[in-house]
Design a protein around this ligand. Sequence first.
Ligand code: ADP
Ligand code: MG
Length: 349
Amino acid sequence: MKRTILSAAALLLFLTACGQSADDPARDTVRTADVFAMDTYMNLKAYGSHADEALQAAQERIAGLEQMLSVTNSGSEVYAINHANGKPISVSPETAAILETAHQVRMESNGALCISLYPLLKAWGFTTDSLQVPSDETIAAELRRADDDQIRLIDGELTLPEGMEIDLGALAKGYTGDAVIEEMRKCGVTSAIISLGGNVQALGGKPEGDALEPWSVGITNPFAPDTNFGIVQVQDQAVVTSGNYERFFKDDDGNLYWHILDPEDGRPADNGLVSVTVIGSSGLRCDALSTALFVEGTERAEEHWRAAGDFEMVLVTSDAKVLVSEGIADAFTSTSDLPYEVLHYDENA
Ligand code: ADP
Ligand code: MG
């Protein structure tokens, strides 16, 4: 009798995570879900007998994070931060983790990543879709309000100077990717692939018969966004792309403006790159990096990659060349006629 009670208790423990017991590699089952959240289309695919519960848990997690991180929803944490009028407010561990990574990548990129550009993004209309080129005066004035150095996060208490507003759009999907993978893992899933807009993240490998193979992830051709220029093969990694084709508009003279701004001049970052894909183990870090490297431009991105040593990248330059970092070169296959070169660890190689 005692034994039965014990095993029932043990079962209950297992059930709490996701209503199922731990790992089951039943690979013939595959489930998918399409979600529209965070202003983008998401697709989730999980394998094995826990796939259904995993997708359910994943969708709940996405909804919760969207509610927390949305800059426009008046019930969100970011909204509360932006309306705190200089007073400290206590933030969730999720927001704190995103802020820590933003700080880290901002330091590595010499300020290319700047989460306090939100007032300027509003002036360009990127958050509301009333897109317009602001006057030089407006750009200068809104840029003066941006300064990530003045963001204080101490023991979960965040303080922004009055008038400053932040936007975590450059990192939110990356954090969400990590969280979704974590939910799936907790449910006992060992093979899954998710795509959150331009962010792809893989859990384990792809079941092929009895074997596991790497996932093939296509990278969008910025010059023809309904095609890919190449694929990378990955397992257990995030593949995150920032491109100038994702959100943009044209003025009456045909000039193109896109949603990643250069904190140097407050205008769309135009430093030689039109697309940056970052491959690494953390979706959050890859997302922060993809935006930062895009702003840094070709040369600084290359230096940043060498100095960091914990991510790989595929760059597309404005003159239509593909640059693939050495650590991912063997896993990269070109599928277009864009010429490509390998960036070597040793600059003189
Ligand atoms: P996407 O959201 O299109 O996948 P990114 O991850 O590169 O692309 O994030 C771009 C978003 O980040 C913009 O929509 C804007 O909200 C914000 N942003 C724009 N420029 C910067 C910048 N220099 N630093 C931090 N965030 C930025
Ligand atoms: Mg990003």
